[in-house]
Design a protein around this ligand. Structure first.
Ligand SMILES: Nc1ncnc2c1ncn2[C@@H]1O[C@H](COP(=O)(O)OP(=O)(O)OP(=O)(O)O)[C@@H](O)[C@H]1O
Ligand SMILES: [Mg+2]
Length: 269
């Protein structure tokens, strides 16, 4: 029995075909008896609903600056429409799925990230995997919204990549797949091709020297976090790719694979 965590990026949730393909694959592979969990983002949907109430979206280093109203909208959108619609699609594809949030029974225990700058953005302090394993044991695919709570049960908005990296690490998952809207990590946001393999040190360097910006920063941090937690394989790839999961499971080269530093090698991305 293997454990898989897929982060389903908010950037690819709008496209019907992508949505069906990716969730159909997850529903299919979950039938084999392996354990699958989905952590979802919802960036564009949150921005859409914020705009509807006349509120701007503001980001810094790939994190959404979260005031009171933004937190309320994020909670409604992530824990409501986005999570439930992913769950419904998985059910349509024949899987048993339950949509939960990191708030539930303190699954994602959080502390303020940097309140002065980011407001109600949370940093992950601990993961309680008991609800996930309970659902797994009963044959469900947990669909997890990236929200967290502190000990007093205040709510926090947590970047979905960051949440997925911690969850995968805490589960000691065999694989973490970060499915997004680009083919992988590229030398710069506007280059065409994904770097096939990136060591942890090279990934850190890309953040430091500004080749990875915006949403790629928490994605690389998530990958590193997962590797530290003992996740064997981390892949950042395009969720728009038909048969993405099948290709990854067959060991085909797709997207960017994050790997541990190789002893004695010179690192460059
Ligand atoms: N070096 C890089 N290589 C590839 N993409 C990069 C790089 N640096 C920055 N990016 C940006 O990262 C984006 C992906 O992160 P983004 O947060 O936008 O999507 P997501 O994580 O899939 O969605 P959500 O945050 O809603 O879950 C890409 O669309 C690209 O613009
Ligand atoms: Mg993102």
């Amino acid at each position: 029995m293997k454990k898989f965590v897929v982060k389903y990026g908010g950037s690819i949730q709008k496209d019907e075909q992508t949505r069906e393909n990716l969730l159909e694959e997850i529903a299919y592979f979950a039938k084999s008896g392996d354990k699958w969990a989905v952590v979802h983002g919802g960036g564009s949907e949150i921005s859409h609903w914020l705009a509807r109430v006349g509120h701007a979206s503001d980001f810094k280093n790939g994190q959404r600056i979260t005031d009171e109203l933004t937190l309320a909208v994020a909670e409604m959108v992530l824990g409501g429409r986005v999570g439930k619609s992913i769950m419904r699609e998985l059910e349509k594809q024949g899987a048993k799925a339950v949509s939960i949030s990191g708030e539930d029974h303190g699954l994602l225990l959080a502390t303020p990230f940097d309140q002065g700058i980011y407001g109600h953005v949370g940093e992950v302090k601990a993961i309680d995997t008991s609800l996930i394993t309970l659902l797994w044991d009963a044959g469900y695919i947990p669909v997890i919204a990236p929200l967290g709570v502190d000990e007093e049960r205040n709510v926090y908005n947590i970047n979905a990549d960051v949440a997925a990296g911690h969850i995968a690490g805490a589960l000691a998952a065999d694989m973490l797949i970060l499915a997004t809207d680009v083919p992988g990590v590229k030398e710069s946001p506007d280059s065409l091709y994904a770097i096939p393999e990136l060591t942890v040190t090279a990934a850190k360097q890309m953040i430091k020297d500004g080749r990875a910006v915006g949403g790629m920063i928490p994605k690389l941090e998530s990958a590193i976090q997962a590797m530290d937690g003992g996740v064997k394989i981390v892949v950042i790839a395009s969720g728009k790719e038909q048969g993405l999961i099948d290709q990854i499971l067959r060991g085909q080269r797709i997207g960017t694979r994050i790997v541990q530093d190789k002893e004695g090698s010179v690192h460059h991305a």
